[in-house]
Design a protein around this ligand. Structure first.
Ligand SMILES: C[S@@+](CC[C@H](N)C(=O)[O-])C[C@H]1O[C@@H](n2cnc3c(N)ncnc32)[C@H](O)[C@@H]1O
Length: 305
């Protein structure tokens, strides 16, 4: 829920369902994690000493290679730190976009004839799929019902995909007809990734399918091959010529993190922005773990064909 305080500050308040999800699936496993030497040294001591630089190093500012070890922490442990440290903010900012632009999204979400295919690039631990399910389940327009969608998540880190699979099974969050497909885009494991992906997309396409291309905090990744991505998206737009396509992008505001986004946008000309005015927003949300307000400086866009 977006709350406008009298002094013009915007505060986003998470729902009880969001709080429950994070308490059960992130906070509990984080607090109850076996206290190995590396976990104590790198994670617990860093939090006790408020050494957030080490925490940022563990998650590489969100852009770590989550296939690799970090000072004795396993890829799986790095993902758990990511879920604790970064994921809540990303869920909140995705929900913030859905709510602020409900005039754009609601007519698709609540149209019984529209099928939603949500393709999540750099999906991490299913962050945006969780935000989508949580946001619309609490929507009064939907009287608390779950929405149905087909989800395709891609990531180069198997540890992230494992966490995404685990979260997709979280009881009571997703509509029983929701489908999940996860793909590892790391070339060594998936040489034919584009073919496999297109076959999967084909399974969910009808003329009533809205294809959502979602990019949540991916574009700053140093390993992102923007030229390949541009070719992939332009081919996809050609192939599914008669489908409506929506692209949702979000990232931090720092200019240095968004150069690849501008490059991408200038080469995917069929998609144009739906937003009038600023695409930078600053808002606060109640951090579920500390109960304090945390600030988010969001840069985002919503494009349609
Ligand atoms: C900052 S996290 C964002 C995760 C998720 N979208 C979210 O908002 O929480 C970036 C994710 O992108 C993945 N990633 C980075 N570069 C990638 C690439 N070139 N191809 C696929 N995934 C990539 C990382 O493994 C990581 O899971």
């Amino acid at each position: 829920m977006i709350i406008n305080l009298p002094d013009d500050k915007i505060v986003y308040k998470q729902s009880a369902n969001t709080e429950r999800f994070f308490a059960e699936m992130v906070k509990k496993p984080f607090y109850e994690h076996p206290q190995t030497e590396a976990w104590q040294r790198e994670v617990l001591q860093s939090y006790i000493n408020r050494d957030f630089q080490t925490i940022r190093d563990i998650v590489g500012g969100g852009q770590a290679d989550f296939n690799t070890l970090f000072n004795g922490l396993t890829p799986k442990e790095r993902v758990l730190v990511y879920c604790y440290y970064n994921m809540q903010q990303h869920v909140v900012s995705q929900e913030y976009i859905f709510q602020k632009h409900k005039d754009i999204f609601d007519k698709y979400i609540f149209d019984p004839n529209t099928k939603l295919l949500f393709i999540d690039f750099g999906c991490g631990p299913l962050t945006s799929g969780i935000a989508l399910a949580l946001h619309y389940a609490k929507s009064p327009e939907n009287s608390g019902q779950k929405i149905n969608f087909n989800y395709i998540g891609m990531d180069k880190a198997e540890s992230m995909l494992d966490k995404a699979r685990e979260f997709s099974l979280y009881s009571g969050l997703f509509h029983s007809n929701t489908t999940f497909n996860f793909f590892n885009t790391y070339a060594r494991y998936s040489p034919n990734i584009n073919e496999v992906l297109c076959e999967c997309i084909d399974n969910y396409i009808s003329d009533k399918t809205l294809i959502v291309l979602n990019f949540s905090y991916l574009f700053a990744s140093p390993s992102l091959n923007v030229d390949k991505l541009i070719r992939f998206i332009n081919n996809l737009l050609n192939k599914y010529l008669y489908n409506e396509v929506c692209l949702i992008f979000q990232n931090p505001q720092a200019i240095s993190l968004n150069s690849n986004w501008h490059l991408f946008k200038n080469e995917v000309l069929e998609l144009t922005t739906k937003i009038n005015g600023s695409r930078s927003d600053t808002f606060k949300y109640f951090d579920i773990y500390s109960n304090r307000l945390r600030e988010t400086k969001l840069f985002y866009d919503i494009l349609f064909r």
